[in-house]
Write a protein that binds this ligand. Structure first.
Ligand SMILES: Nc1ncnc2c1ncn2[C@@H]1O[C@H](COP(=O)(O)OP(=O)(O)O)[C@@H](O)[C@H]1O
Ligand SMILES: O=P([O-])([O-])O[C@@H]1[C@@H](O)[C@H](O)[C@@H](O)[C@H](O)[C@@H]1O
Length: 384
């Protein structure tokens, strides 16, 4: 079935390690009828932010319009006849209108889909199908499966539909999509707990590894023969946007470097927790990143003393998992470098001549969304 992580580690000529496929977008965060922040968005931007932070080579395929307004590390394909995908995230509609949802997303503009011919000819170890606005087509995922040793999919790329009047994001059952038959050929399917109820986890786990993220509670990994809960890292949440994306970035960064699934999921939880502490696309402190990279190297050295199979994703917690968790937790406590950028506010706004060349986000206020997490959420313990 799945091409395994171990196979992905085999050196092959002309191989890029990680191929990220999904459109960049413009995010507008709204609360109390006021725009609280505008930011570069899209799963591709959050994931590449983490993967780059961990110094892992990657390639990214994304489409935008000529109106795309953020400098990025990977040049997108510019479509002159289309506009950049735009999402409006409402942080106060969820409580009344949508039960436990932390935000209501509206796609107010959609750039073109990514087609198989847009993908590179070079093979990649890990492919990441991470669309946000319906840009991943079944044929695009087919092509990714052909050119990547292992494909990781964010279910949001597969099950989102958009209200024809106001673009509100709705979800459909995974079985009802044209992607369902491809599950036996993908490596990992990631879903948030809200999204997980749109698939039969007990069925899907027979075909591929399923990772369900559960906000402040961390995540749960399901595979054919077992399941594991992976502990979270504590965080002072300011904005939940991109937590799931950053989780996936950290998870893949761990697997690329040879970590077992439970340890890689810890790295995912770490980057998810770091992301909710900032508004918009997070800026990771350089000392923290260095420490995390060092901890991953140390962890890999510990594996040398363990008996490990080299032809399957490693699901069981290797000895020392709790120690690794503690080490990553202490990395989070490192005080930030003094040079770290502060969020934009009227009082610290730089003069035109001092402006940083990469304005990831502009922030006008803190997004007060913590209380929403007190609402009961759908359990992932049993079948959805
Ligand atoms: N409040 C929080 N505290 C700590 N970690 C969090 C918090 N919210 C999210 N995370 C981390 O980010 C991951 C993804 O968050 P989640 O809310 O489940 O996904 P999504 O952003 O897709 O809705 C979680 O698995 C967890 O590791
Ligand atoms: O918060 P999260 O679910 O991980 O991911 C988010 C998407 O759901 C949203 O459509 C997009 O506009 C954000 O930039 C971010 O990618």
């Amino acid at each position: 079935m799945v091409t395994t992580a171990a196979a992905a580690h085999k050196p092959q000529q002309q191989q890029t390690r990680v191929l990220i496929v999904g459109n960049y977008c413009h995010d507008v965060l709204i609360q109390d009828d006021t725009v609280k922040a505008e930011s570069l968005g899209g799963a591709a931007s959050f994931i590449s932010n983490v993967v780059n932070g961990m110094s892992i080579p990657c390639n990214l395929v994304s489409k935008v319009g000529e109106d795309f307004k953020y400098p990025v590390d990977y040049t997108p394909i510019v479509i002159p006849t289309s506009k950049t995908t735009v999402f409006h995230a409402y942080f106060d509609l969820g409580i009344h209108g949508n039960g436990h949802q932390d935000r209501v997303l509206k796609r107010v503009c959609a750039c073109d889909p990514i087609r198989p011919s847009d993908l590179p000819d070079v093979r990649s170890n890990f492919g990441m199908a991470v669309g946000v606005g319906g840009e991943i087509l079944p044929e695009t995922l087919e092509r990714m499966i052909e050119i990547c040793n292992s494909v990781f999919v964010d279910i949001q790329a597969l099950i989102r539909v958009f209200d024809s009047v106001d673009g509100t994001v709705k979800l459909v059952k995974l079985e009802e999509t044209g992607f369902y038959s491809m599950l036996p050929r993908i490596g990992v399917l990631k879903a948030s707990s809200e999204e997980a109820v749109f698939m039969d986890v007990e069925e899907v786990r027979k075909w591929c590894c399923v990772v369900v993220t559960t906000g402040k509670d961390g995540c749960k990994v399901y595979w054919k023969d077992g399941e594991l809960r992976i502990s979270p890292f504590s965080a002072n949440q300011e904005d939940p946007t991109g937590a799931g994306d950053s989780f996936l970035g950290g998870f893949v960064a761990g697997l690329v470097q040879g970590l077992a699934v439970p340890d890689a999921a810890l790295l995912g939880n770490l980057f998810g927790s770091l992301t909710v502490e900032q508004i918009g696309l997070p800026k990771f402190d350089s000392r923290l990143l260095q420490r995390v990279k060092d901890e991953v190297q140390t962890r890999k050295m510990q594996y040398l003393h363990c008996e490990r199979s080299d032809n399957e994703l490693e699901f069981l917690k290797p000895a020392g998992h709790e120690q690794f968790q503690a080490s990553l937790g202490s990395a989070k406590l490192i005080p930030p470098c003094s040079s770290q950028a502060r969020p934009w506010t009227p009082s610290n706004s730089p003069k035109e001549t001092e402006k940083t060349p990469i304005p990831h986000y502009t922030v006008q206020a803190k997004l007060l969304v913590n209380s929403v997490y007190e609402e009961p959420i759908q359990t992932v313990e049993g079948k959805p």
